[in-house]
Design a protein around this ligand. Structure first.
Ligand SMILES: NC(=O)c1ccc[n+]([C@@H]2O[C@H](COP(=O)([O-])OP(=O)(O)OC[C@H]3O[C@@H](n4cnc5c(N)ncnc54)[C@H](OP(=O)(O)O)[C@@H]3O)[C@@H](O)[C@H]2O)c1
Ligand SMILES: *[C@@H]1O[C@H](CO)[C@@H](O)[C@H](O)[C@H]1NC(C)=O
Length: 310
């Protein structure tokens, strides 16, 4: 019968597509080769937000791959510690103390001068600011909104436009954007502005990837879920939450494949599961989760305040 034939073909197609997806997933994360960093040896990588967290982990991994690293952030003492780790791996380092939230036109000019003598072939747009507690958009502090947009969008654009034109001239380079799963792969109620800036970074990266496709410069957006760091407030790694080191290592391997990607396997698996859930349900679930986190955070804060008073 026609009906039976129709359903069995459809079933076979669905199974085939699922199997294909599974095989591709396994291949990506466990079998395909790594991006070759060999041609980049001895050249410079600029990492923003490199004094701790994911940025510091990228800096060390880049050094392990033979690149020298310019480390940019505000805390000089912490930058120095990362610089030491970079040098322990046989690479050169430079630290630049810079505040992406409040830099003036002159500060940017100075940064441009400091970078002008280096052959930079890698830019890791890692610096990012988040809210300290999930907060309703309508109740957000205007200053905080400004800071998040200034760092995550305005400064990220500026440094990209500062560094990438020279890569295009040299027909060689890698530009990574630390976007986020929250904002790109799932909605994020109570993290509206942060997740919005991350979605913006992803869109910018995809556009730039298209514009630079035949220029020899590789552009990639990275959309992870949780990673251990100060920002995520998760210190201990687990199956769902890789350490910053593990994450940076996986990320540097997966450069040059997908334009937008999740280098850590469990994050990609999570993204796949999420993609099967109705959007309304995702929004409702995350909203509830973040309301809970906010309440927990507020309770902790007030008990910390209590402690400091005693
Ligand atoms: N952790 C996660 O679970 C996660 C998940 C998805 C995406 N991401 C993204 O990954 C990136 C790194 O996250 P992270 O968890 O490592 O963050 P983090 O622990 O908060 O570290 C942020 C880094 O940025 C620097 N920074 C902050 N504000 C700055 C400013 N105004 N000027 C200059 N430097 C500044 C900090 O150094 P100073 O304080 O010394 O300036 C630090 O080096 C972010 O873009 C984040 O959105 C993180
Ligand atoms: C951003 O901050 C909120 C509030 O502290 C937190 O719940 C969320 O996990 C943070 N996002 C990331 C990616 O760390």
């Amino acid at each position: 019968m026609v009906g039976e034939w129709y359903f069995s073909t459809l079933g076979a197609l669905v199974c085939f597509s699922l199997l294909f997806q599974l095989l591709r997933f396994i291949y990506r994360h466990w079998f395909r080769g790594s991006f070759s960093w060999e041609p980049y040896r001895g050249e410079w990588a600029v990492v923003t937000g490199a004094s701790y967290g994911i940025g510091a982990a990228y800096a060390v991994q880049l050094a392990k791959n033979g690149l020298n690293v310019v480390l940019i952030a505000r805390s000089v003492d912490k930058l120095q510690q990362v610089a030491q780790q970079v040098e322990k791996n046989g690479a050169k380092s430079q630290i630049i103390s810079f505040d992406f939230a409040s830099a003036s036109v002159d500060d940017w000019k100075r940064l441009e001068n400091q970078l002008s003598s280096l052959t930079t072939s890698v830019l890791v747009n890692n610096v990012g600011v988040n809210v300290s507690l999930p907060t309703s958009f309508l109740e957000m502090d205007e200053e905080k909104i400004h800071q998040i947009v200034q760092v995550n969008i305005v400064a990220t654009q500026k440094i990209t436009r500062l560094i990438v034109p020279k890569m295009v001239q040299r027909k060689k380079g890698v530009v990574l954007f630390l976007s986020s799963g929250g904002g790109v792969l799932s909605p994020a109620p109570y993290l509206s502005v942060y997740s919005g800036t991350k979605a913006y970074e992803n869109a910018l990266a995809l556009a730039l990837a298209g514009e630079l496709e035949s220029s020899g410069v590789v552009v990639q957006s990275i959309t992870p879920f949780f990673i251990t760091s100060e920002m995520s407030k998760i210190r201990k790694s687990s199956l769902a939450v890789p350490s910053a080191e593990r994450f940076a290592r996986d990320s540097l391997k997966s450069v040059g494949y997908e334009v937008s990607c999740n280098p850590y396997w469990f994050h990609e698996f999570l993204a796949l599961v999420i993609s099967y859930l109705p959007l309304k349900l995702q929004i409702r679930y995350v909203a509830k989760l973040h309301r809970g986190l906010r309440e927990k955070g507020l309770r902790k804060m007030s008990s910390a305040e209590k402690k400091s008073k005693i």
